[in-house]
Design a protein around this ligand. Structure first.
Ligand code: 3HC
Length: 703
């Protein structure tokens, strides 16, 4: 854990204005040292003779981006943020917050406790606590409704969305938007005000109690309808905003604090906080950290299918110049149609203006000429999963690419080592495994094979970060296939599900059990959506493991032409244009016949059995990946499962869940199942080691 600087707050002076300057990189989080520093500086400023007003500002990239989340699991230390905010609000001299960057959570709460707010033009403000499963715990639910009214306050607190300085000024959250020099304008503003103006005493939005209560009640009903009656943080937020009307500030703050503490103790919040830090840890590749990534201005993508077009859109949206190479005129036209349709949808939905859509497209060069690749700094091959096609194409790409270009393949399951060798410049070649739809899904696995240079790896990482993606490293060893984290876990997960299907469960029962765990879709709904032929082709392309139990049900379905949504029939039957299906009775018949052929007497699985087995399979596969060095940290596996496969974010991920159960219990459950299918259920060595040492997966996490 990073140590806060010893003196993260300084007191400066500009004539009759005292300037409290926070400097606690990287985001000026309001840890205990900062809180104490601000309190001490405020008291010192008030004690100084001639102080007319006080400005609270921050150095570095942002006004405080919140409380220090790392302190949440520690014993509370005074002053709490609530106490600090009260100290600021009760200052007998006017206090002005000078806001830049992203004033979030506790940072915005501190700014709202100040008497006036001056914001830099580019500043953004928000209360994102809900994304951590908690609620603003330092007055946010009490002061924001007093400043902007219940409607806008509930919008901000329930969504966690940020608002720009301009919008904040229109809402009444900001008093002045600084056009030029924030610090100077804030000091000038401080000189111009004559007295404190306590947010807690602002009754402007509390006067019409009936309208206020109508807003609160409508929002409560909406939350219950959308999220259920047990949605902890959202309902507590509504209650706290209600308390802002009904109670004096101090009592409202007490209600808020108790609600925040209850949320903080919830499993949901623990999971969301784990996910927050896991995402940030995943994008750290310490072994390559010293390498300098190549400058990427132009990205070329070869293959304009769904994946290639999605990557192109993601790159265009992040300001890259993009070359997309497709075959022939029809290939070019199809890709253009796909990308054009995306921009049309975005404009229609108001996500982009027409001008923005048109501007993005001016950076796209769509062509059928491979020799255009010579201008690209990064070339991503995104054609169909066919080893021969890819090896041939990668050799061609390599011959045309400039010597310093980095080459990436978007293969999902082919052997990355073979593909890298095919380029003849394996050091410059990496895997960039995007997840569909690539323009939306945040996950990118960075495939690192033995010969890849740190520079190529860091270039891929930098590119993915620039796209706003969540990159996770997957280390691939020769002969292990693509070795990606997500695929390996998915395979184990599907294998566990297929065995239960063969032994007595139904597709809809398995899907329902996983949905009740928190997945948006169960494995057979996903299979129908992805197309059964895709997984079929993958199975056919690999030699069968003679020691593993093979379940032929999906193969038999493909042989019947039941490919899922695309053929209107898979595990479910889909009416024309529908994505929701009803169970396919013919599949149930096929499964029954299949069991009879194999002499299997069906048995019952409870939903709990189903969930347990699938989770055990995921965790064991994750432990195997850690042992093989494919995954660097348990938390990386959690990130992949949350972003790539819909594992409920509020649970943190399978490895965090495993820690909650404890590896020792997981290992003992596996030992019960092992005789059934040793290949799947024999505990991975890392899991056995943790069980033996009474350790947890989190003990293996590195920064
Ligand atoms: N506490 C502790 N560390 C934090 C932090 C916080 N509130 N916010 C960010 N960090 C750390 C990150 O973990 C990361 O650390 P690392 O370098 O060791 O990995 C570092 O700061 C930089 O963060 P990012 O990589 O996310 O940097 P970006 O520039 O991409 O994003 C940001 C900056 C928009 C501020 C983003 O970090 C963010 O959204 N932070 C969380 C904001 C938040 O949730 N605030 C509310 C906290 S809860 C609260 O305030 C409770 C209060 O109501 C009582």
């Amino acid at each position: 854990m990073k140590q806060a600087p010893k003196h993260p707050v300084r007191l400066e002076r500009q004539g009759n204005v005292a300037l409290i300057v926070i400097e606690n990189p990287p985001v000026n989080a309001l840890g205990v040292a900062v809180r104490r520093g601000i309190a001490a500086a405020l008291n010192a400023a008030l004690a100084q003779e001639g102080t007319h007003a006080i400005v609270i500002a921050a150095n570095g990239r942002t006004f405080p981006a919140g409380a220090d989340i790392r302190e949440f699991d520690m014993a509370p230390q005074e002053p709490s943020l609530t106490q600090l905010c009260s100290l600021v609000e009760n200052s007998p001299k006017p206090v002005v917050a000078a806001v830049h960057g992203t004033a979030l959570g506790g940072g915005l709460e501190l700014a709202m406790a100040a008497h006036y707010r001056v914001a830099a033009k580019g500043a953004r403000m928000g209360l994102p606590e809900i994304k951590l499963g908690i609620l603003p715990g330092a007055g946010g639910t009490q002061r924001l409704p007093r400043l902007v009214g219940p409607e806008l306050a509930l919008d901000m607190i329930l969504t966690g969305n940020q608002v720009s300085a301009g919008i904040a000024a229109e809402m009444g959250l900001v008093d002045h938007v600084a056009d030029t020099d924030l610090r100077e304008e804030a000091v000038a503003y401080a000189r111009s005000v004559t007295e404190p103006r306590q947010t807690g005493a602002n009754r402007e939005h509390l006067r019409d109690g009936a309208a206020y209560m109508a807003s609160v009640n409508a929002r409560r009903a909406q939350v219950k309808m959308e999220l259920g009656a047990n949605a902890l943080a959202p309902l507590k937020i509504v209650n706290c905003v209600e308390a802002a009307l009904l109670l004096p500030l101090e009592a409202g703050l007490d209600v808020e604090r108790a609600a925040c503490e209850e949320c903080m103790d919830s499993r949901e919040s623990a999971g969301l906080r784990h996910a927050f830090f896991a995402e940030r840890a995943a994008s750290k590749f310490p072994e390559a950290a010293d390498a300098k990534p190549a400058q990427v201005d132009r990205v070329a993508i070869v293959g304009g299918g769904l994946m290639g077009s999605g990557i192109a859109i993601a790159a265009l949206q992040s300001g890259f110049a993009v070359t997309l190479v497709e075959q022939g005129e029809s290939g070019v036209n199809a890709a253009l149609e796909r990308i054009g349709a995306y921009y049309e949808r975005s404009v229609a939905k108001g996500r982009l203006s027409e001008a923005q859509g048109a501007a993005a497209l001016t950076h796209l060069q769509l062509t059928n000429k491979l020799d255009t690749l010579s201008e690209a700094d990064l070339i991503i091959e995104a054609v169909a999963e066919d080893l021969e096609l890819k090896t041939q194409l990668l050799a061609e790409i390599s011959a045309l690419a400039k010597p310093e270009a980095v080459i990436a393949t978007n293969t999902s399951y082919l052997d990355l080592d073979i593909l890298a060798q095919a380029t003849g410049r394996p050091t410059d070649t990496i895997g960039l495994h995007f997840f569909a739809p690539a323009e939306v899904n945040k996950l990118v696995e960075i495939g690192v094979h033995d010969a890849a240079s740190p520079q190529a790896v860091m270039t891929g990482l930098g590119f993915a970060k620039h796209l706003g993606k969540v990159p996770v490293r997957a280390r691939v060893h020769a002969g292990f296939g693509s070795g990606y984290i997500g695929n390996a876990i998915l395979e184990a997960y599907r294998h566990a599900a297929d065995i239960m299907l063969e032994d007595g469960a139904t597709p809809s029962q398995i899907d329902g059990a996983m949905r009740s765990f928190g997945f948006r879709m169960g494995p057979y709904q996903v299979a129908d959506m992805s197309g059964l032929d895709i997984a079929y082709a993958r199975r056919q392309s690999k030699p069968r493991d003679p020691d593993a139990r093979y379940v032929e049900i999906a193969d038999k379905m493909v042989e019947q032409g039941w490919l899922g949504q695309k053929s209107g029939r898979g595990y479910y039957i889909y009416a024309e244009g529908q994505r929701q299906g009803v169970p396919n009775g013919d599949v149930l018949k096929l499964i029954a016949e299949h069991r009879a052929q194999k002499g299997i007497t069906p048995r019952k699985f409870s939903d709990r059995d189903i969930r347990d087995r699938i989770l055990l399979a995921m965790v064991n596969a994750g432990a195997r990946l850690l042992g093989e060095g494919v995954a660097a940290r348990p938390s990386d596996i959690d990130v992949v499962m949350v972003h790539g496969f819909g594992y409920p974010r509020s649970r943190g991920g399978p490895m965090m869940d495993a820690d909650a159960t404890t590896p020792a219990i997981i290992a003992s459950r596996l030992s019960v199942l092992a005789p059934e299918e040793p290949k799947l259920w024999s505990a991975a060595p890392v899991l056995s080691m943790l069980a033996h040492e009474r350790q947890k997966f989190e003990d293996l996490n590195t920064s």
